[in-house]
Structure formats: C-alpha cells, structure tokens
Design a protein around this ligand. Structure first.
Ligand code: NDP
Length: 264
C-alpha cells in the first residue's frame, strides 16, 4: 500500500540529514513534491545532490533557513509558495537535544532549549498556516521525544521542553480541527543519526566500532529491542501520520523507541 502522497506538497524542516533526510527520501520516492531546509548550505547541497542522484526527476525545492529566525522562516514559506503554489504536509523535524543535568544547566541554556523546542515548531506553523488552510489534505507532524513522557535527569532541559511541545501539539490539533488540519507527533527513543555520530566521535574508547558502541548504549539503557533505531524507522511513522492514510487521526502520537517506553 502506498502512503497516498503522490503529487502532495511537503515541507520538511531539518531535511539535510538523519531522520529529516530519510523523510525527504520516502516522500520523493512516493511521488510527493518536497521542500526542505537546514542552516548549513553545504550539508543542504549534499542532501539535494543525494536525492537528485537517486531520483533525477524529483520535484524539489531546497533553501537554507534557520527555523529559529522568524524572518528566515517567513521568507522560506514565501519561496515555497512561489515554487509550488502551496503546501499540504508540514513536518517539523529540525533540532537537537541537550545533554545536561540540573547542576550544569545555566539559565541561558534553559532559555535556549525552550526557544528551540517551541519556536522550531511555532515559526514554521505560523508561516505555513495560510497555505495549509488552503489544502484538502493538510497535516502538521512534529518530531518529539519519549523524554516528553519519560524524563531523563541527564537531559533535564530537553525533557521538560519536550513535554511542553507535546502539550502544545495537542492544543494545536484541537484548535486546527476547524481548518481540517491534522496535528500529530512521534515520540522518539534513540535513533542512529548525526547527533549520535557526533557523540561517537567524542567517545573515550577509541577502539570501539560504531556497531558495538551503539549496541552498548542500547544494552546500558535497557532498550528491549537491543539496538538504536535507523532514521528510516521514525521517518516511516512521520510520513504515515502526515499522509492521508492517517486521515482520522489528530492530537495523537506514535512511539518509535524500540519498546523503551515504560508507561501503558
Ligand atoms: P540530525 O542532526 O541528523 O539532523 C538535524 C537536522 O536539523 C539537520 O538537517 C540540521 O541541519 C537541522 N537543524 C538543526 N537546527 C536547525 C535550525 N535551527 N534550523 C534549521 N534546521 C536545523 O539529527 P536527527 O536526525 O537525529 O534529529 C532529528 C530530530 O529528532 C531533531 O529534532 C532531534 O532533536 C530529534 N530527536 C532525535 C533523537 C535521536 O536519537 N536521533 C532522539 C530524540 C529526538 P543544520 O545543522 O545544517 O541546520
């Protein structure tokens, strides 16, 4: 069964690597027209080349944009509108986590983390809302973390900001029902991607392989599936929620954590 996104127009924030790029790839493979952004122009150009090499006919629009810069996001929304004439699916994926506990989180770190988790969603939602309101199949899908429901002391600021984002996603789902815009999110556990690759580069044991290092993390954390997720695994869940296949689902979450969730 296809995701029924052929011809739909999708925007993926943070589409230049990891989970975002996996989402872009699935959407393009399914025949969607896809715009994506990231801050680093070089990484963005590489992601564009990667997609065009695999899908030479892809109808894509790629533009550097910092989702925390309101004017940048508004400009990106105008450019996407000019390129595609509207959008159907907004996938808010851009971001990163912060590793720190209460003792070593400064006041400005709290503010930065809350700004990242809130405004990386609020600015794109505001900027693309007029276009989404015109779509017959509109959806907003946010990448969130299991930390929203299951906080970890070593990621204290990220955990609490993630909880706020979950709450906000629920409110948006209810408010936007009147516009026929569905709003959902996924709750991630640990997924192999650039964030983890960076942490691997900084490892103390220089001899350990990536496979053993990630398997050790999964074991130490007690992930029942005994491995980290692959970027395409959350990407499939995101595309499903964004697609017309989830047409009666709003205000919902899909857990993509390899069974790491401890709640019922
Ligand atoms: P990556 O670092 O591989 O990808 C992050 C993407 O977001 C990149 O394209 C990056 O590009 C972009 N990005 C980051 N900040 C901004 C910004 N301010 N404006 C525009 N683009 C931005 O990470 P993942 O694929 O792992 O993460 C994707 C999402 O999933 C993130 O929100 C992350 O917090 C979340 N997540 C990931 C988990 C994991 O285990 N991997 C766990 C829980 C949540 P650039 O740097 O060039 O801007």
């Amino acid at each position: 069964m296809s995701f029924q996104v052929e011809g739909k127009i999708a925007v993926v924030t943070g589409g230049s690597s990891g989970i975002g790029l996996a989402v872009v790839e699935i959407l393009v493979a399914e025949g969607a027209r896809v715009a994506w952004c990231g801050r680093n122009p070089e990484r963005l150009a590489q992601s564009k080349d990667y997609i065009l090499e695999k899908f030479p006919q892809a109808d894509i629009f790629v533009q550097p944009c910092n989702v925390l810069d309101k004017e940048d996001v508004e400009r990106f929304a105008q450019q996407v509108n000019a390129a595609f004439g509207g959008i159907d699916l907004l996938i808010n994926n851009a971001g990163q986590g912060r590793v720190s506990n209460f003792e070593n989180t400064q006041d400005e770190d709290w503010i930065k983390e809350i700004e990242l988790k809130y405004f990386s969603v609020l600015y794109p939602v505001k900027a693309f809302l007029p276009q989404l309101k015109c779509s017959q199949h509109a959806s907003i899908t946010n990448v969130n973390s299991l930390l929203a429901l299951q906080p970890e002391p070593h990621m204290i600021a990220t955990s609490s900001a993630r909880a706020a984002l979950l709450n906000l996603t629920h409110s948006l789902a209810h408010e936007f029902s009147q516009f026929h815009i569905r709003v959902n999110s996924i709750l991630l556990g640990m997924v192999e991607s650039a964030q983890w690759k960076r942490r691997y580069q900084e490892r103390t044991d220089r001899d350990i392989s990536w496979e053993d290092w990630t398997a050790n993390i999964a074991k130490k954390r007690g992930i029942p599936m005994r491995r980290l997720g692959k970027p395409e695994e959350p990407a499939h869940a995101l595309v499903f929620l964004a697609s017309p296949l989830a047409s009666y689902t709003t205000g919902a979450t899909i857990d993509v954590s390899g069974g790491f969730n401890k709640h019922l």
